[in-house]
Ligand binder design. Sequence first.
Ligand SMILES: [Fe+2]
Length: 224
Amino acid sequence: MATKRNAEPYSTVAAHFCKENGQTYFLLKRLKAHDKFIYEQSLRSAYYSLLLARGLGLSGKEQEVVYRSALLADIGKLQTSLGADDAQEPRLSILHHPVYSAELLRPMSEQGLVDGDGILHHHENLDGTGYPFGAIWEDISLTARILRVADSFAAMTSVDRKTGSVAGVEEALNELYRWSDVLYDSDLVMLLCYCFDNLLPNKMKDKGGTDAAGETGVVRKITP
Ligand SMILES: [Fe+2]
């Protein structure tokens, strides 16, 4: 029951954005038919991206673009199963899915519905160890950095379909913090911590409260 209840906000927000844009609905439906796990991960990633976009004070239009970009960032994975007979091919293709996604979504990007550059770089790390280009800090846009943090958090707090393991919210936030300014934008990591402190006041505030510097409990509790 808890899993179903927790999934509701992700689906509700996605349904709203699909109602606003038929292309988004069509692509998301294709993604769901292709791989329900990736579909659900996309809903969660987009939800956290929206939290960050709101927390940053982006305009309503900018929030929509960030949300839709996160929702469809993995649409290129539809391509990765094509012609993948060679055992090496799927892995190579997965590393290129941001490029496939950006290509598939170019018409929507040209209409201003998604951020094509953000989608292209949504797996880049600040230290240049990401993919597909190994871009570094100054070459990674705000949208891409939002998607990177949100997608990682969504992945950490989802059930791993290979091992069945799942990280708790606090554990995942600690992990993001540990890699701040190496893989992830530290300001966005701190903002996500703050969002969760507000969203889950009982769970988080019981463990910390707010200190004199104004840092929330969960942030204060985290140590590098
Ligand atoms: Fe991705």
